[in-house]
Design a protein around this ligand. Sequence first.
Ligand SMILES: Cc1cc2nc3c(=O)[nH]c(=O)nc-3n(C[C@H](O)[C@H](O)[C@H](O)COP(=O)(O)O)c2cc1C
Ligand code: SF4
Ligand code: SF4
Length: 446
Amino acid sequence: MADLSINICGITSPNPFWLASGPPSNSGEQVMRAFDMGWGGAVWKTVGNPIVNVSSRLGAVGYAGSPVMGLNNIELITDRPLEVNFKEIYEVKKRYPDNAVVVSLMVESKDEWKDIIRRSEDTGADGLELNFGCPHGMCERGMGSAVGQEPDVLREITSWAREFATTPVIAKLTPNVTNILDPGIAAVEGGADAISLINTLKSIIGVDLKNLVIQPTVGIEGTQGGYCGPAVKPVALHMAGTLARDERITVPISGIGGISNWYDAAEFLALGSTSVQVCTAVMHYGYRIVEGMIDGLNNYLDEMGMKSVNDLIGRAVSTYVEWGDLDLNFGVNAKINSKTCIGCQLCYIACLDGGHQCIHTHQGPCSAFHGKADHGINPRTSIMPPVMHTDKNKSEAHIPFVDDDECIGCNLCQLVCPVPECVTMEEVPTAAGKESWNERLAKGLS
Ligand SMILES: Cc1cc2nc3c(=O)[nH]c(=O)nc-3n(C[C@H](O)[C@H](O)[C@H](O)COP(=O)(O)O)c2cc1C
Ligand code: SF4
Ligand code: SF4
């Protein structure tokens, strides 16, 4: 079994899995239960001058059987008294000295930052996270993403925190910016010891078409909220990776956004995150998902021959290059395995209408494509793949094949094929060596 313990800017944790600041880290009783289940650390629900929350406050979009592909919330920071939060943080840290306990903070004036940092550190917490990310409510009061979107302000508030704090300071960034490097660099310049990202994406989750009001609905109105959950993982990976590969970001990263299992977590770690934080997946499935995360990461590290999670951290960062540095001479072609193909024609239709028109069948255009198939499902209108052929009735005529000369290797057919590994992408050998667009430009070619 590999060593999962981490040290991020001096904060140690038995594993990289932390609760992100939010409902799952709202109280001592919850955080202690989470630690008992295996979570390595927790960033406490943001404390500041307690506010009043609204009801309702969550909305979701589902996809392909999951009711929560993306979650949207209009919840603000803690609505519990500060002294109650601090007392519970003290209790948690005392009872769980080996787990990482970080206090998330959001206040306005310099004096308030000084005061809340002192009170937070009096609890014995391991570090502080500055919430520069909340994209609703608090930003209208000049806090949260209002700070995260102004690098100068972010730099200054971070420097106040660094001046007042004796424990590590983590700046939590908003994704609601054009270039994540601007606030990232400002955080480093302000003295942050680490950066965490992402907070939620500004969004409207939907419209209730019966009552014609946006969701989540408060009475007869709604407001924009923050989007998170599995749907935002690609955005979060991009932003975390962008910081990780930039030499001006000299501090470690805590990755957040859409992490639901060990695989998601390992992706963030490989792309440069030292710890990962989870909110939506815990809200959906409960604390116990961490058991699978620990087992899964352990098995993966064993399979990869890695003795420690530190061997994984940052391993994929150097593969993230600019488009202009990619090899223009590299090529792949799709190959269809006729033994496992069920003849559903989804690849055929995808390539015909959205690819390069290079998948064919021996019988010419498939009857299913014209909506005349005897299985009664028109693949043009159904997102469920029709299972046309069993082994018994599979007809060679329905098995599509790829015209190698035409295939541009876009991957689309592989992505839509419902049969695992039925479509593979195979490298097309070429005598030409690697050459990128930037190399061509440097040679005066285009
Ligand atoms: C209901 C809700 C409340 C949240 N409250 C906070 C908060 O108080 N402070 C904070 O920094 N982030 C807060 N977040 C954002 C999460 O910490 C996290 O950055 C975001 O949800 C992305 O992670 P996820 O995809 O795992 O949910 C909240 C998220 C949700 C869904
Ligand atoms: S990789 Fe793209 S172009 Fe090639 S067969 Fe598949 S869908 Fe068509
Ligand atoms: S999508 Fe896959 S299973 Fe369906 S016809 Fe194409 S290769 Fe066969």
